[in-house]
Ligand binder design. Sequence first.
Ligand SMILES: O=C(O)c1ccccc1NCC(=O)[C@H](O)[C@H](O)COP(=O)(O)O
Length: 396
Amino acid sequence: MQELICATSSVSFNSLPSSPVNHTFYDNTRFTFRFLRNKHIASFPCMRAQQSEATDGSAINIASDDSKVDALDIKESKVKNSQIDIAATQGIKIRRRPPTGPPLHHVGPFEFRLQNEGNTPRNILEEIVWNKDTEVAQMREKKPLGSLKKATDIAAPPRDFIGALKASSEKTGMPALIAEVKKASPSRGVLREDFDPVEIAKAYEKGGAACLSVLTDAKYFQGSFENLEAIRNAGVKCPLLCKEFIVDAWQLYYARAKGADAVLLIAAILQDLDIKYMTKICKMIGLTVLVEVHDENEMDRVLEIDGIQLIGINNRNLETFEVDISNTKKLLEGERGEKIRQKGIIVVGESGLFTPADVAYVQEAGVKAILVGESLVKLEDPTKGIALLFGKDISE
Ligand SMILES: O=C(O)c1ccccc1NCC(=O)[C@H](O)[C@H](O)COP(=O)(O)O
């Protein structure tokens, strides 16, 4: 990584002035960079901008004269607009960042930005994603991609997530269970006060879960990467899905380094190119990808992407929080269902499954696996909860 100083006529902060400007944006070549815009402060060491390595190994050169930085401004605005255009053509309604950016503020000669002022997220997913963007930028500061890649190289080898799902559904004749280690959620609040992630994970495994899903988002789900690591290190054999809101390829490496075997990519927040690009990275580092869709448009987009083996249909409407399991059936009907079968894609029914009748309903619709949190985690004994959910013991 190279270090350089950019000097221009104004300074812009994304966070507080003590941290350097953090302009992160994406284009098709996927680079990330940070730069400063003030001659007066650029000489302070903490105000140095770093040239950043792209996730694909390429880098961008940023020169230090005003005209080049102006050109970057123009490029940034063009990229931003083209990203918005692409998202619109793909029917993506979730905005990845506040639309006008954080508003500018002035203190003396300095100009800086405050997050979120004047920009209100339209729904919970948008709010989560905007927060995640900031959170990931801060995490990247602490653990740059270079050191993270080394950590993924020495992580325990990934386990076969899809193999475990297939083996379980073949054995039981029922959808394989991905049981979710979920303490809380935006829609339901705290689900379980006496929350011991390792104990719950072991109870799920004992009850016959094929794989586990571990929520790692702290702010909205009270999850953590410590939980993921603890479960992995406790000798639980079920492959682990890192249930995160992935907005940056850096998170894929982080998840793998922390012991994940699979990750969730949410079509509602990622453009097709993001999904393709992240899927390639996942393949490279041994992560299985579960792509989550909510509606027909997202399903159709994902079916056009090569190499997708696992699609989750989420029954939760993220604007209203309403759960309707007929969503799974709707998305598997007709030509769509036929295409899915032809491609050999495994479909996972997600959210709102509480009874054997619910499980039978989504199985009839065509799912080979289900992802269940609330109805299991709330029960005193999650092992028994699994037998209750399936209407029989699936651990044998
Ligand atoms: O669970 C929520 O309230 C929620 C809100 C916003 C975004 C995602 C959310 N849930 C993530 C999930 O996909 C579920 O945890 C998972 O499908 C299990 O659902 P459930 O069995 O209904 O707990």
